[in-house]
Structures are given as structure tokens and as C-alpha cells.
Design a protein around this ligand. Structure first.
Ligand code: BG6
Length: 491
């Protein structure tokens, strides 16, 4: 992370004992502490309903961090310093009177205030109103909220309205943690700092784009949440559309949050609706059955704990998305994401068109398009597949395809790549909104997703089955093959 600027602030975590706080926020805060990015007077207050106290939380968290932070990054002094900042208060989030404890805590410091709502979205409104009663809403307050912002456009408006009654848009930081990933931020640098790409980034030179976000995990005990959401609401409405926007948007006039977000919104507005006549060819929904994942036998979605055996919820989606504007007319974006796929990996592939006239061995014509491969995880980095001549006498001009490779952790001695939450927490503390999602982005994304969901409900029946540990239903391969193309790992 660039520039070690620190801001004096208090971080208050609603849901401070919850899964998100434990798995993501405290480890991220540990790394920020280690990097010297937390100012001396910064304080952290965890709030939750459970009757425990600061001492106990410190003990628990120390044990957890000692287990989860990699040994070569674990430093006793850093840990002690982080725990020293941390306090706990028991709070019923619905009980307005109980918020006095927060007011008292705040009176002992003049720091800026960051409220992190690591709670179900149904609580955002009531927490915001109660914070207003105890004066935690001045312009020096910033509020972080997690996805999902609603289940559809209407419910997301409701949540956004409730937040807007207390906080202005400038104070709201809606997290999409994909925006905090190193490679995702690099997309902006790649596209707009390199004229080599900037000048080629359109339908004249690009034939199609693939975006794959595959997960090897299943639903990880989250049946209650996941079955209502499904992969479209859980991944497409937010992470996948954000990636698509960053790939497809026009150059912003500067790097300010609003310039970038204005451009993303234009892409969302230009997405071609997947109307009923397109559902068959542009959408594949899948649901995993029993299979094997990373060498272990795993149950199917309908056999997961708590499952409703008749569920039609999708755990995999493949889509052919089109963007109706000058830059992208005729360039399909094939996107797919699923649970229980063979490995955890995410990558974007830009397939360039071949040169206008081909002069090499006709047998090698299929090699003749360059690809830019952008790896989000693992091994964050990029590669350009270029064509050169095979070496040696007697080979004629046989083409050979090979990568020009840039692995971020190796290049420039970059070392450890920060987790998305480290970057996002740090940016919130600095008040920088460019990695956060504006209200209209959330709502335009819901508009597109709502029509998709409603059209498949009218149209289709069961999601297609795929065995855990495979690349999704065969229909997703057929979807791209129909256009004479293939997913990159099948190529
Ligand atoms: C979350 C989804 O937003 O992103 C999860 O709710 C998903 O279902 C996760 O597993 C994927 O994030 P990452 O960073 O592990 O790719």
C-alpha cells in the first residue's frame, strides 16, 4: 500500500464477535498494525450482544490470531499493540437507550469515527437511527456496510433509504471486497497507464472476454442465507459485475471516486437485458451434486446440512453478457462463477482478434490470437500470450505460443500481497471512496439482475446438475462452443 499516511480514528465494529469480524477484520487490522498504518491514538470498539468483556475478547483474539497469522508474520509486539487498542461493550443493537455506552466511549477522544456494520443488512437502518440519537452521525463519521444490499432493487432501495435518512452518500462506504483485491486495482493501471492496451481496448481489436471466478468450497454452512440468494445474487450482482465494469468502462477523466463510479454506471446501464428469448442461449444455471473436492468426497447441494431437498437455487451460473455501446458492440463477455469447482481461482481473459491477413502454417491458424490473462487469485499477476517462431534450423516459421509473465509477488520484490480487507479498511480510515460502491451502482446492478431472475423464473425449471469438483454443467461448455469458442482451461 502506498504512502504511510495515518488518520486518527475510532473504529466501531457492530457484530464485533461475528464471523466476518473474526475471519477478515481483525486479521486485516493486525496486518495494518504490522505495516505501521494505524495511528498511535486509533481505537477499536467491538460491539455485540454476548455478555463478555474486553479482557476476554483480547484473550480470545490473541489465541485466534496466533493460530491464523502465518508464523513468519506473527510478532508479539504488534499483537500486543493491536489488542491494547481493542475494547468491548455488550449492546443490543435494537435498544436505542443502550447506545449511551457508545456516546460515553466517544467522549474520551476527538478521533474521527468509522462505523463498521458487520451485521445482517436488516439491521443497518435501526443501527443508523440509534447512532443518530447518540450524535454519532456528524460529518466526521463514516459508515461501512457489507453486501448484500438487499435481495432485489426494491429491498436495496429500502436499505439505502434508511441509511440515507442519517448519512449522506459521501459518508457511506459500501464494500465489495473484490474491489480491494490487488489485481482488481491493477486493472485501472493496466488499462489506463498503458497506451499499448488503451488503444486496443474495443470491438475493433477484441473478439471476446472471459471472466471466471471459481470456488472449490461449497456453501460453508450458510444454507439459510445462500438458498435465498443463489449464485446470481451472491456473486454476479456484485463481484462479477464490478469486474465486468472495470474491464469495460471508458477512461475516467481522473482517479476520483466519482469519475470512476460514473464510468462504471454507464456500463451497467448499457448491459443488454437477458430477455426471455435469450435465456436459453445466454444463461446456464447449475447446482452441484455429490462429488470430490480437493481429494475429498463432498455432499451435493441438496444434501448439505439444513438443505431443502426441493431447492432450485443455483450454485453455478454462466452468462453471455453483451454491452450495447460503441466500444463493445458485438463483443460477448462470457462470465461464470460457481461453488464446488475443481479449484479456487479467478481470472479474466481478453481474447484479441487475429491479424487481418494470416501468412503462417494453416494448421496453426487457431493460435493466431493474442490473449491477455489477468489472474486475480491465486498467483496474482498477468500474462500476455504472444506468438514467436519456434527456434532451430529446419523448423521453417513454425509458430509457438508463450507467455510474457508478470507475477506481482515476485516482480519488484513486492513480497506479501495485502488482503482485500486490509486495503479497504485502510481506505475507509483515510476517507477514500474510490474502492467502494455508490448507491446508483448497486441499484443499476439490481435492475439488470432482477430482470434476469424474473425471466428465468418464467422460463426455466431446474438448474442443470454438475458433479462437485467439475467445471459446471455441460450446458455451460455448449453455451460458448455454440459461438465457436471455448473456456480457456478447455482450450
Ligand atoms: C462473498 C460471497 O461475497 O465472496 C461468498 O458471499 C464467496 O459466497 C466469496 O465465497 C468469495 O470471495 P473470495 O475473495 O474468496 O473469492
Amino acid at each position: 500500500m502506498s504512502g504511510k499516511s495515518q488518520t486518527q480514528c475510532d473504529l466501531v465494529i457492530f457484530g464485533g464477535l461475528g464471523d466476518l469480524a473474526r475471519r477478515k477484520l481483525y486479521p486485516a487490522l493486525y496486518q495494518l498494525e504490522r505495516a505501521g498504518l494505524l495511528a498511535k491514538g486509533n481505537r477499536i470498539l467491538a460491539l455485540a450482544r454476548r455478555h463478555t468483556d474486553t479482557d476476554q475478547l483480547r484473550v480470545d483474539l490473541e489465541a485466534q490470531l496466533r493460530q491464523t497469522v502465518p508464523a513468519d508474520q506473527l510478532e508479539g509486539k504488534v499483537l500486543a499493540s493491536l489488542l491494547q487498542r481493542l475494547e468491548y461493550r455488550c449492546l443490543d443493537f435494537q435498544d436505542a437507550a443502550a447506545y449511551e455506552c457508545l456516546k460515553e466511549w466517544r467522549q474520551t477522544s476527538d478521533n474521527e469515527l468509522v462505523i463498521y456494520m458487520a451485521t445482517p443488512p436488516s439491521l443497518y437502518g435501526v443501527i443508523a437511527r440509534n447512532l443518530q440519537i447518540v450524535d454519532c452521525c456528524s460529518e466526521r463519521t463514516r459508515v461501512v456496510v457489507e453486501k448484500p444490499i438487499g435481495q432485489d432493487l426494491e429491498s436495496s432501495r429500502d436499505i439505502n433509504d434508511q441509511l440515507a435518512e442519517v448519512y449522506s452518500e459521501k459518508q457511506l462506504f459500501r464494500i465489495d471486497h473484490y474491489l480491494g483485491k490487488e489485481t482488481v486495482q491493477n486493472l485501472i493501471a493496466l488499462r489506463f497507464a498503458n497506451n499499448l492496451f488503451a488503444s486496443q481496448w474495443n470491438q475493433n481489436h477484441i473478439s471476446h472476454v472471459e471472466i471466471t471466478v471459481a470456488e472449490s468450497v461449497g456453501i460453508e454452512g450458510r444454507w439459510g442465507y445462500f438458498d435465498k440468494a443463489g449464485q446470481v445474487r451472491d456473486m454476479i450482482q456484485n463481484h462479477m459485475l464490478q469486474l465486468l465494469c472495470l474491464i469495460a468502462m471508458d477512461p475516467p477523466s481522473d482517479l476520483s471516486a466519482d469519475s470512476i463510479r460514473d464510468e462504471k454506471v454507464k456500463v451497467l446501464k448499457a448491459l443488454r437485458p437477458i430477455t426471455p428469448d435469450l435465456v436459453e442461449t445466454h444463461l446456464v444455471r447449475g447446482q452441484y451434486t455429490a462429488g470430490s473436492s480437493e481429494g475429498e468426497l463432498v455432499p451435493g447441494y441438496l444434501e448439505e446440512e439444513g438443505a431443502n431437498k426441493n431447492s432450485r437455487t443455483e450454485t453455478f451460473v454462466a452468462l453471455k453478457v453483451e454491452i450495447e455501446n460503441w466500444r463493445w458492440s458485438g463483443v460477448p463477455f462470457y462470465i461464470r462463477t460457481g461453488k464446488r469447482m475443481p479449484e479456487k481461482f479467478a481470472q479474466i481473459i481478453i481474447h484479441f482478434k487475429p491479424a487481418p491477413h494470416y501468412i503462417f502454417d494453416p494448421d496453426q491458424r487457431h493460435l493466431a490470437n493474442n490473449k491477455l490473462i489477468i489472474r486475480l487469485q491465486p498467483d496474482e499477476g498477468m500474462a500476455i500470450q504472444i506468438l514467436t517462431k519456434e527456434q532451430g534450423l529446419g523448423k521453417g516459421v513454425r509458430l509457438r505460443q508463450g507467455p510474457l509473465e508478470l507475477t506481482f509477488s515476485e516482480a519488484f520484490n513486492a513480497g506479501r500481497i495485502p488482503d482485500a480487507y486490509e486495503r479497504l479498511l485502510w481506505e475507509v480510515m483515510r476517507g477514500n471512496q474510490y474502492l467502494f460502491v455508490r448507491r446508483d451502482e448497486v441499484e443499476w446492478a439490481w435492475r439488470w439482475v432482477d430482470q434476469l431472475v424474473s425471466n428465468w423464473h418464467d422460463h426455466s425449471t431446474q438448474p442443470k446438475r454438475y458433479a462437485a469438483g467439475t467445471w459446471g454443467p455441460v450446458a455451460s461448455i455448449a453455451m460458448i462452443t455454440r459461438d465457436g469458442r471455448s473456456w480457456y482451461e478447455d482450450a
